[in-house]
Design a protein around this ligand. Structure first.
Ligand code: ADP
Ligand code: MG
Length: 614
């Protein structure tokens, strides 16, 4: 069902599509796909020619932003205003990119207050998130033109090795582009889905995804069980790819011809010719071309020889990935090829030879990730009923413990289904009820997180504080529904509740919460420290009172007075908010009463032993 909305500015009626799009936001190229008449389809550009959008952003003299093929043309003529490879900067700090900042033709800077790196264009600074958002907007436009309707929901892929910050940055880029990012999916997972792997729930499979692009290489081993994709290992090289093949060909030719080091135009032309030769040899035996009137040729055998060391490096990585996954080659069921450079015949041959089986290469290796993202999107849209949802927990889940602290039981980004548990106990003698309050969020204090629900475990047999063994279990099923169970293990008393509001947090709320948690990390830590000190102080005060009451005759009046004085001091400090003062008062009371407690204990023991035979 498509909704109709009215674009007030244009005064037009605009259709809103319910299609969820799949996006491959790549280092070199990006593309968008969706399910059309039951089949994933990558969307072509205006000329109906190319599905790939070069991931390049150009700022023209009026600061207008151009993305894609037109921007790519500016790479040589206007490098400082033409941004490429932003994906390499996503979620990174200046220190993270220090080693390869010379790789960029534009200026990468750091600012004092902000940890994440920025790119300088003219006199403005852009975050990689803003730049990626421009690529995403271009893709969104492209699909909206094709569908003649607006789209607002998307699935975006990222490399399996992307960490939380990088994934979050990708999500944020989507948000900035006006997209509700329903899910961030691993590229190898998407590639598998494009081949239908993982769609049959009852099949357990181990799949290798070998992805060789323009400038990056990675290999991932996935285990798929009941529709759940788990990355067992990933290996690779973030600076290895088809560009290296081009360079090797250039070097080979440069043995025969002379090009001035400073002649950039000729060097660039030679590089393009090398790429052309490489591509041609993926389907022909020979290549002939010319540069500056000199003819150059290359045949398949020669190409294989000169790129062989590079291909071998990728095979080494495959070997490591298999070992890391604690598997043997015979355990691998399928091998899937991804990335433009897997069209190179030697690559196909060597990968098939290493894994000892034919590779999956029927789909266009440039499109396979986007096609899989579209399949995932379709699953999310509920169009493929018998497929399990693959997901991670968007925010941490936990319970409230003493003093209003958040105790995380299932952390953020944990894959689901998931189960986890932890043991607790009572804090009061004879306690028969225990309130379990469930929260979601990243902050240390539950009051700053979102309450999902609470229940009371009743009927705990009266026992001294600390004796009951209360296990709290969290189970999230494949639909994202959280069940919480509390059980007192000595007596078997238990209560279980289902909590359905897990996805009650909107994208916006989530972004705000995460931002807040970063901003408040320091004050949270202070608040936590203070609370912990107060809890400890109260416990010490309780024992001190008990101690004084039960040892009246052992303590001298002087000792009694001094102990009382120190407890009064500590009690007063707990009323305030000075953690250091509380700790100091605790320390004083402890140091003073420690020898007294030892003396009392010795006396009490010998009293108890009196008259007993050993
Ligand atoms: P990325 O994953 O980095 O965005 P791609 O998957 O788009 O990159 O791959 C780009 C690389 O694929 C380039 O090095 C390009 O030269 C190479 N490539 C494209 N077509 C062919 C072909 N027919 N034969 C060999 N290599 C190719
Ligand atoms: Mg790619």
């Amino acid at each position: 069902m498509a909704k109709i909305s009215i674009d007030l500015k244009a005064g037009k009626v605009k259709k809103e599509s319910d299609v969820i799009i799949g996006i491959d936001l790549g280092t070199t190229n990006s593309l968008v796909a969706y399910i059309k008449e039951g089949k994933p389809l990558a969307v072509k550009g205006e000329n109906q020619k190319n599905t790939l959008v070069p991931s390049i952003i150009h700022f023209d003299e009026n600061n207008k932003i151009i993305v894609g093929d037109t921007a790519k043309e500016k790479l040589i003529s206007n490098p400082e205003n033409t941004i490429y490879s932003v994906k390499r900067l996503m979620g990174k700090s200046f220190n993270d990119v220090l080693d390869f900042k010379d790789h960029f033709g534009y200026e990468v800077i750091d600012e004092d207050e902000e940890k994440l790196v920025k790119v300088k264009v003219g006199n403005r600074f852009y975050t990689p998130i803003e730049l990626s958002a421009e690529i995403l907007k271009e893709l969104k436009n492209r699909v909206e033109k094709e569908l003649e309707a607006t789209v607002s929901k998307a699935v975006i892929t990222v490399p399996a090795y992307f960490n939380d910050t990088q994934r979050q940055a990708t999500r944020d880029a989507g948000k900035l582009a006006g997209l509700d990012v329903l899910r961030i999916v691993n590229e190898p997972t998407a590639a598998s889905l494009a081949y239908g792997v993982g769609l049959a729930n009852d099949l357990d499979e181990t799949v290798v995804v070998y992805d060789l692009g323009g400038g990056t290489f990675d290999v991932s081993i996935l285990e798929i069980r009941e529709g759940i994709f788990e990355v067992l290992s990933t290996h690779g090289d973030t600076f290895l790819g088809g560009d290296d093949f081009d360079r090797a060909i250039m070097e080979y030719w440069l043995k025969d011809i002379n090009i001035n080091e400073k002649d950039n135009t000729s060097k660039q032309a030679l590089r393009l010719l090398a790429e052309e030769a490489k591509k041609r040899l993926s389907s022909n035996e020979e290549f002939e071309g010319e540069i500056n009137g000199i003819s150059l040729s290359l045949d398949r055998n020669t190409l294989d020889q000169i790129i062989s060391p590079i291909v071998e490096k990728t095979i080494d990585a495959c070997r490591k990935a298999v070992t890391d996954a604690e598997l043997e080659i015979k355990d691998i069921d399928k091998v899937i090829l991804v990335g433009g450079s897997t069209r190179t015949l030697l690559v196909k041959e060597k990968v098939a030879e290493f894994f000892g089986k034919p590779v999956f290469d029927e789909l266009d290796p440039d499109e396979v990730v986007a096609l899989g993202a579209a399949v995932q999107a379709d699953v999310l849209a509920g169009k493929q009923k018998d497929v399990l949802l693959l997901d991670v927990t968007p925010l941490s889940l936990g319970i409230e413990t003493m003093g209003g602290l958040m105790d995380v039981i299932i952390p953020r980004n944990n894959k689901i289904p998931a189960r986890a548990g932890r043991n607790y106990t009572t804090s009061i003698d004879g306690q028969t009820n225990l309130k379990v309050s469930v929260f979601q969020g990243e902050r240390d204090l539950v009051k700053d997180n979102r309450k999902l629900g609470e229940f009371i475990l009743k009927g705990i047999p009266p026992m001294p504080a600390g004796i009951p063994k209360i296990a709290i279990h969290f189970v999230i099923d494949a639909d994202g529904i959280l069940k919480v169970k509390a059980e007192e293990e000595r007596s078997g008393v238990q209560t279980e509740v289902e909590i359905r509001s897990q996805y009650g947090v909107s994208e916006e709320e989530m972004a705000i919460m995460l931002l807040e948690s970063l901003k408040n990390a320091e004050s949270d830590m202070k608040a936590r420290g203070l609370l912990e000190a107060k809890i400890e102080a109260k416990n010490i005060l309780l024992s001190a009172d008990k101690f004084m009451k039960s040892n009246k005759e052992i303590l001298s009046p002087e000792e009694m007075k001094q102990t009382q004085l120190l407890t009064i001091q500590l009690r007063a400090s707990v009323e305030g908010n000075d953690k250091d003062l509380i700790n100091e008062c605790m320390h004083q009371l402890n140091t003073y009463t420690n020898p007294l407690a030892h003396r009392a204990m010795d006396l009490n023991i010998s009293k108890a032993m009196k008259g007993k035979k050993i």
